[in-house]
Design a protein. Structure first.
Length: 334
């Protein structure tokens, strides 16, 4: 495939989206596939991931501690009780800075690159195949985006987990990051990258593909009127519900890898294989309950914030996909 074809697919939206933008006049601030569109999508991702992950730091802290030391932190309620008893209410905010920085950077890659790869793959496939194989396209675009997003996230995730789970370790980002660099070098920031990919790529594939198809099904079978007749508020509520449903599935498929990441970053010299053996199958599922609550709420809020940014900046938000007329004619002729 030539460079020009890839470039054209990347920077030009599919024909139905182009017609949507053209027909709307000044309703939209830019076209799908334009540099402004990608930049604002990345900004929406920054806000959606940075804000939501920082908001659930207390729950994330207890979840990580349950995974790393289940004998001490026996349950969600017990984890909160022990954490507060040992460090006061302030202890529940440990790791907020690397969480905000790391997940803001991840959000840029996750959402911004997803839109770019979805547009790229859709342009390569063509209108008919994009509709027929849309779930596969969502999976491929989200996996591609998350690969790069995790490279942005990994250094801060390493700092965060150590702050939250290692007693006596540094308690701030400005102390923790230089300490890892001094003691372990660059590898200290990225030793958890492989399990992070193993956690986040399936998570993100489920997050985007499940969300896209759930929105499609909600408008088809649940919402009593077409999306074009729904108010912006009603559309955002559909976004929130679809996001929560997607989040529950995300938490389940990615939880074993999440347990390995938490344990690996909390220990020195461990490997993915050694940590997996130490945890065992049962240990990999510790903390699933609080993670379902956290990820379900977090994913729903992320999609709500992201879609709200699109509304606020008047970005194109194409309706759920419909079968192209050319494909309808082909099927009718058979």
């Amino acid at each position: 495939m030539g460079y020009e074809r890839v470039k054209e697919a990347f920077f030009n939206q599919k024909s139905n989206e182009k017609q949507l933008v053209a027909a709307s006049g000044s309703e939209y601030s830019c076209e799908v596939g334009s540099p402004k569109f990608y930049a604002l999508c990345a900004f929406g991702g920054l806000l959606s991931c940075g804000i939501t992950h920082t908001a659930v730091v207390p729950l994330d802290l207890v979840k990580c501690r349950i995974q790393v030391d289940p004998d001490k932190y026996k349950s969600l309620s017990n984890g909160f009780k022990v954490s507060i008893k040992e460090g006061g209410m302030k202890a529940l905010t440990l790791g907020w800075a690397p969480t905000f920085v790391g997940y803001s950077m991840q959000g840029i890659g996750k959402f911004g690159f997803y839109e770019a790869f979805k547009n790229l793959y859709g342009g390569i496939l063509g209108e008919e195949n994009t509709y027929l194989y849309r779930t596969s396209m969502y999976l491929a675009a989200s996996a591609s985006a998350e690969f790069f997003a995790d490279i942005f996230l990994c250094p801060m995730e390493s700092v965060k987990v150590r702050i939250q789970t290692t007693p006596g370790w540094s308690t701030t980002l400005r102390e923790g990051a230089p300490r890892i660099l001094r003691e372990e070098g660059i590898n200290g920031f990225y030793k958890g990258l492989s399990p992070l990919w193993a956690r986040q790529i399936p998570y993100t594939m489920m997050k985007f593909a499940c969300f896209e198809r759930t929105v499609e099904l909600l408008y088809k079978y649940v919402v009593p009127k077409p999306r074009s007749d729904c108010s912006k508020g009603e559309q955002l509520m559909v976004t929130f519900v679809a996001g929560y449903i997607a989040g529950v599935f995300c938490a389940i498929v990615s939880h074993p890898a999440d347990s390995i990441v938490s344990k690996l970053n909390a220990s020195e010299g461990g490997t993915v294989v050694s940590v997996a053996k130490e945890l065992g199958m049962a240990g990999m599922w510790k903390g699933l309950g609080p993670r379902i609550i956290m990820i379900g709420t977090l994913t729903a809020l992320q999609w709500f914030i992201y879609d709200s940014v699109k509304v606020a900046f008047r970005l194109p938000r194409p309706p759920p996909p419909e079968m192209p007329e050319s494909l309808k004619r082909k099927l009718a002729a058979q």
